[in-house]
Ligand binder design. Structure first.
Ligand SMILES: N[C@@H](CCC(=O)N[C@@H](CS)C(=O)NCC(=O)O)C(=O)O
Length: 199
């Protein structure tokens, strides 16, 4: 299995999930500007979509779209899902919110645009974080242990730091808690996201 990723992109959620699961996998970085992989392959030849994440399975099947990949990982490694008859639905509900509301709201922050558009995006993001802050059922979204939805949310919390967006106290604490997990530290180290002194 091979994960195509870009440092600090939304693919970090999948990277963390695979480490958290103890999965055996390879990884290959993708330059989203040149659309070349680290080994020099045209990324469009791997997926015409041209964006990360993409997960190549051992049987040659390629999964794209973050919600689908994270749902597949939780299916293979049920400890990364939520319990109960509605467990999978609740995780998909959270993943969809992170993807279609939060992740999408960050788009203006990553691209060239007016200061006004960025200020508007920051206000939208802060409102969304206020909403998510009320969802925690314990140390994580669904209780005492993290699910794939926490990993995607964590990437959004890192992006908040990157763009100087303040977090409600429960999400600030969640970011700290997540950042201390060995799987998260390993994935971040592999993506060059830990300060040298901290790596
Ligand atoms: N619909 C995709 C979007 C993924 C996405 O936005 N990926 C970004 C990185 S976070 C990307 O690769 N952008 C490069 C591009 O679109 O050219 C998904 O949900 O997985």
């Amino acid at each position: 299995m091979k994960l195509y990723y870009t440092p600090l992109a939304c693919s970090l959620a999948d990277h963390i999930a695979l480490h958290e699961a103890g999965a055996s996998f390879e990884r290959e970085a993708v330059d989203l500007v040149t659309k070349k992989t680290a080994s020099g392959i045209d990324f469009h030849a791997i997926t015409p979509k041209g964006y990360v994440p993409a997960l190549l399975l051992d049987d040659g099947e390629l999964i794209t779209e973050n919600i689908a990949i994270l749902d597949w990982i939780a299916g293979e490694y049920p400890a990364l899902g939520a319990p109960g008859t509605l467990g999978r639905t609740r995780v998909l509900e959270a993943l969809t919110f992170v993807s279609t509301e939060l992740h999408r709201a960050f788009k203006p922050m990553w691209h060239a645009g007016s200061a006004e558009a960025k200020a508007k995006a920051k206000a939208t993001i802060s409102g969304l974080f206020e909403e998510v802050a009320g969802w925690l059922k314990g140390d994580y979204l669904f209780g005492a242990r993290p699910t794939v939805a926490d990993f995607y949310l964590f990437v959004m919390l890192l992006w908040a730091k990157r763009f100087g967006i303040d977090l409600p106290a429960p999400l600030f604490a969640l970011r700290e808690r997540m950042a201390a997990r060995p799987s998260v530290r390993t994935a971040m180290r592999h993506e060059g996201l830990l300060a040298a002194a901290d790596a």
